[in-house]
Design a protein around this ligand. Structure first.
Ligand code: NAD
Ligand code: SER
Length: 314
């Protein structure tokens, strides 16, 4: 892929499920040396390009990295996800809110463009479950959802008050094969592929009727880059775009895998994450993303399953 220009980019939470893939794509596009990865853990990502250990709660260190590297754009992915959040609500609130505020304050000072993901977790059980509208009451029941609603509002506040160009997507559950996710409720839809490819059986932690909005990682990364490139004047929303990929029940997911691995067996043993899953929509309406910046998904359950299993078996 050709290198676009010398835009300097920072990715926080770069060692996470989205971070490793988004960082790699940004490096292909803008050049390895122009994309600085930061995280609180040093993993494989540290060997693949510029990397620094940095806790986003450490404002001075974060600001020093931004300043020393002339960062113009930040993809702020550092966060605590839904299931871990319910186990440690204080930590979730602290990292998701105070970390974001640090990123926005530095963005204001250095005139940066920011990407900050939101989530389907902003919705609570009181919204229409199918085709959930873009603009609807947001009453989440998890602390993670609460931080995502407040995060969207804080991002919009920085846009309106300080002209910080901050953009965000309410990602559905993301499915990918490069890293096993930890700490989310939608993790079952990723774990199932890892276990199917390795052991041909899986015990799923939600029941077989559970149906949630999901998306394959290549679509999510493409959506992120497309939103960040969209002309600002075409955007009526900023930090809160609904984004739709596909929706399927846990049983439909098992059946899609069985078409490729006929011996695959799955049992269902719901745990505390069932309640979180039940509080989220089945599908979301993403007309705003389609109209304002031309969003269109490309993977469905069948094409994603084929690609996931091919990659995991390799
Ligand atoms: P992840 O848990 O895989 O990665 C998060 C990364 O942040 C981890 O590598 C972690 O070490 C790092 N981190 C945690 N606290 C930190 C801190 N204080 N300072 C610096 N780094 C820290 O999460 P992910 O799935 O990659 O999610 C990234 C973002 O996308 C989050 O905002 C999440 O809410 C959002 N999102 C993810 C999904 C999904 O399905 N993966 C869906 C909706 C929204
Ligand atoms: N996939 C995320 C989670 O399950 C939703 O934001 O926590």
């Amino acid at each position: 892929m050709s290198i676009d220009n010398n835009k300097k980019i920072l990715v926080t939470g770069a060692a996470g499920q989205i971070g490793i893939e988004l960082t790699a794509t940004l490096r292909e596009k803008y050049g390895t040396e122009n994309v600085i990865a930061i995280d609180i853990r040093e993993t494989e990502i540290a060997k693949k390009g510029p990397f620094k250990i940095c806790n986003v709660l450490d404002l001075n260190k974060y600001k020093r990295i931004v300043n020393d590297n002339d960062i113009e754009t930040v993809y702020h992915l550092a966060a605590i996800l839904s299931a871990t959040g319910e186990k440690n609500p204080k930590l979730c609130f602290d990292i998701n809110m105070n970390g974001l505020q640090n990123v926005l304050e530095v963005a204001r000072e250095y005139n940066q463009q920011i990407f900050c993901p939101s989530s389907i977790a902003v919705f609570g059980p009181d919204v229409p479950k199918e085709d959930t509208p873009q603009n609807v009451a947001l009453n989440p029941t998890t602390v993670y959802g609460l931080t995502k609603v407040s995060g969207e509002l804080l991002c919009d506040y920085y846009f309106n008050k300080y002209n910080v160009d901050v953009r965000g997507i309410r990602y559905p559950g993301l499915i990918s094969w490069k890293k096993r996710p930890i700490g989310g409720t939608t993790d079952y839809a990723v774990e199932i592929y890892f276990e199917a490819a390795q052991k041909e059986n899986y015990q799923c932690f939600v029941n077989e009727e559970t149906k949630l909005p999901m998306m394959y990682m290549p679509d999510a990364v493409r959506a992120t880059l497309e939103l960040m490139k969209a002309p600002l004047e075409s955007l009526k929303h900023h930090s809160n775009y609904n984004l739709s990929g596909m929706s399927f029940t846990a049983l439909e997911l098992v059946e899609a895998i069985q078409k490729i691995i006929p011996n695959f067996e799955c049992t269902f043993k719901p745990d505390h994450r069932q309640e979180i899953a039940d509080s989220w929509p089945i599908s979301v309406n993403d007309d705003a993303a389609r109209k304002e910046w031309g969003w269109k998904p490309s993977f469905n359950l069948t094409s994603m399953t084929k690609d996931m299993l091919e990659n995991l078996r390799n």
